[in-house]
Ligand binder design. Structure first.
Ligand code: PHE
Length: 687
């Protein structure tokens, strides 16, 4: 029996560069320039970088490699890729794909805002520099707010939708048309387009950064960006936002983008090093984007002070998604050549976002095409119209409320990080993950050790599960409740948001039942016909895991009711650890043995990692309960503190050093690789 994947003639990227750029293009998007700066500002400034860097490098890179190797190995988009392991897992693929669809429907709306603001800036340039949102002092801030929320969006506070805003509708149509045009000819063209859409925003960003940093007062702005508020690290939400932001920014765990993109990669291509390059490039872009934004806000604060109507950074950067559409436009309007620079800013946003947007569309498209065998040329237009139609919800008068709500849920307890957890657990425990590692190692510039298996199977699930339980606790103990308010009435919007998060995996399951194109025998199924070993030990460890789960569940319930049981908690740990060790031993391949570990052992391992996560979460809950974590107080920050300089240099060192190392590895192995032949290299195009 061969465990090699199917070989087939699949579309492919032209070159390695085409693929890397497309993946970078997907990763580097609105998430970097629109989301990252405000997430960081809202969650502790420089302190946020700690969870974020952990999320990107300890969890993001290994998971990127996981998605790459899965897509590359199976040569399929997410649902089919999972189904090739076992039909039963297909729904995970649909879950990520459908969540991707939820996201693209609002992502396109934000892009539409960017298009509008870009064209307004052009009009401003033509009108000799007059911008419609420009105003002075605090009045000016109000005017910018007024412009975005009322003049442009016609925003109403209620969740009732109201009428459609046609001035946003047309930009939305443009967004979908542009995305359509970029991908309708297939990935080879995408591989060319990204040579434009990736470097161009970087150039724009460079312009904004240099200009920002040379403004007087910029350092003060950077103080808001980098001076850390350490107490934020004691909050579950800070960590959750950091992890969600990392997943969002790396295009991981939803949409199945990275799986799909890797499936179009030709058979020899490196995977590991590409993943590292993409992650570093994405992180670097976010960080620099933050510098550009806050330096400019600092410059704005200085100018307004000089003019006698001071507006401090915290007056505008109240955080939140409107940073890019209120605070920044206002700040730019205070400075010379404002219309030009607003154009640069919104043009950067458009070019950043468009390739991320179409990457999701492409991935959903590939999922449908792989499953049904329908024609791309028909599915794509239909999908675009559905996406556009869904987007209409968000461009009504009450639409912004829904947009933020869905965004909150994507970031929330049940969102991205949760899906990442499911992905790692299923692939780590229920699959033969070492197969994927070998596949990746066979063709990569550097090799993963066995530690990678443990990371995917044990460490990442524990971390994500701890985070999940910790923030679930927050949802449960929220004053008045999460789904019901103090008086017991349902909070409708939250119920809708929650239903979507529940509905998506359910629909995923349904779709996965639908009969797809015949794909021959999955290699995974072959795996499941192997002789089984370790039933007895499997059962033992399952019992241990269940015991531990019960303890954790009971203590969680008690914690929600306000009681803590520190000593009892320790009961949960030993059985869980024992179960993980036993299961891990059973699941790991042993020399020469082709037998597979029993399902008991696999499920026990999965549950036991969740138990340990629960244990950690409960410990954190007990630890933080007494200390009332103070709300972040933003002090007037005058100077960049010493520690911020340290952070700044450490981050730059990380980015530059990391990239240098990756390129060095790529160069030093490229020569050797030319004469290597891979077992699964059959009937492929040569380049
Ligand atoms: N990574 C993109 C961004 O940062 C968003 C995205 C998420 C794109 C998932 C594709 C898939 O904006």
């Amino acid at each position: 029996m061969s465990l090699e994947p199917f070989e087939e003639q699949r579309e492919s990227w032209g070159t390695r560069g085409g693929f890397v750029l497309a993946a970078v293009g997907s990763a580097v998007g609105l998430g970097n320039l629109w989301r990252f700066p405000y997430e960081l500002y809202d969650h502790g400034g420089g302190a946020f970088l700690i969870p974020y860097i952990i999320a990107v490098f300890v969890i993001g890179v290994p998971m990127l490699i996981l998605e790459f190797s899965l897509g590359h190995f199976t040569q399929r988009a997410a649902p089919d890729a999972f189904a090739r392991g076992h039909k039963r897992f297909e729904f995970i693929g649909w879950w990520t794909t459908l969540l991707g669809f939820v996201i693209i429907s609002f992502y396109a709306v934000i892009l539409a805002y960017c298009f509008s603001f870009m064209s307004l800036s052009i009009k401003g340039i033509l009108a000799g520099g007059e911008l419609p949102w420009a105003g002075e002092g605090l009045e000016g801030v109000k005017k910018a707010e007024e412009f975005f929320f009322h003049t442009y969006l016609g925003h109403k506070e209620e969740f009732a939708l109201g009428s459609i805003r046609w001035n946003v509708f047309w930009p939305l149509v443009i967004t979908w048309v542009v995305m359509y045009l970029c991908i309708f000819r297939g990935v080879r063209l995408v591989g060319k387009i990204v040579w434009l859409t990736v470097p161009l925003p970087w150039l724009m960003l460079l312009i904004l950064t240099v200009r920002g940093l040379t403004l007087e007062g910029s350092i003060q702005g950077l103080a808001y960006y980098l001076n850390p508020t350490w107490s934020e690290l004691a909050k579950a939400t800070t960590w959750r936002f950091a992890f969600s932001q990392a997943f969002f920014s790396l295009s991981l765990a939803f949409g199945g983008v990275m799986i799909t993109y890797a499936s179009f990669l030709h058979r020899r291509s490196d995977l590991n090093n590409n993943a590292a390059i993409i992650a570093i490039a994405d992180f670097g872009t976010s960080f620099v984007a933050g510098l550009a934004v806050f330096a400019t806000l600092g410059g704005m604060a200085f100018v307004t002070q000089q003019a006698g109507h001071p507006v401090a950074v915290e007056n505008v950067a109240k955080g939140g998604p409107s940073l890019a559409f209120v605070a920044f436009p206002y700040a730019l309007a205070q400075l010379p050549y404002s219309a030009w620079f607003s154009f640069v800013f919104f043009f950067a946003l458009v070019t950043l976002g468009i390739d991320s947007g179409f990457s999701i569309t492409e991935s959903v498209l590939a999922s449908v095409v792989d499953k049904t065998g329908w024609k791309r040329s028909i599915v794509l237009p239909v999908m675009s119209v559905i996406g556009l139609g869904t987007g209409i919800i968000y461009i009504t008068e009450g639409g912004l409320n829904w947009l933020w709500l869905i965004g909150d849920f994507i970031d929330g307890t049940w969102g991205l990080a949760f899906l990442g957890l499911a992905e790692c657990m299923v692939l780590g425990w229920l699959w033969k993950i070492d197969l994927l590692r070998r596949h990746a190692n066979d063709r990569s510039d550097w090799r993963l050790g066995k530690w990678w298996d443990y990371l995917i199977r044990i460490c990442i699930p524990i971390t994500l599960c701890a985070l999940f339980v910790w923030s679930l606790f927050g949802d449960f103990t929220k004053e008045g409740g999460f789904l019901r308010d103090g008086v017991g009435d349902w909070i409708l919007p939250n119920c809708v948001g929650m239903s979507i998060m529940i509905l998506v995996p359910l629909v995923g399951i349904l779709v996965s039942f639908a009969k797809g194109r015949s794909r021959g025998q999955g290699w995974g199924n072959a795996l499941y016909e192997l002789p089984i070993r370790g039933r007895l030990w499997g059962v033992i460890s399952l019992v241990l895991a269940v015991v531990s789960a019960l303890v954790v569940a009971i203590l969680f319930k008690m914690a929600v009711d306000g009681q803590s049981e520190k000593t009892l908690l320790w009961l949960a740990l030993p059985p869980a650890i024992a179960a993980v060790i036993i299961s891990n031993y059973m699941v790991g391949t042993r020399n020469g043995s082709t037998a597979k570990a029993s399902w008991f052992a696999r499920w026990a391992g999965l549950l036991a990692t969740a138990d340990i996560g629960g244990f950690i979460a409960l410990s954190l809950i007990y630890l933080t309960e007494q200390k009332d974590v103070a709300e972040q107080v933003v002090h007037a920050q005058e100077q960049l503190s010493g520690i911020s300089y340290l952070i700044l240099s450490a981050v730059f060192l990380l980015i530059i050093g990391g990239l240098a190392w990756c390129f060095y590895r790529a160069l030093s192995t490229s020569n050797e690789k030319n004469d290597t032949h891979y077992p699964d290299e059959v009937g492929l195009e040569e380049h």
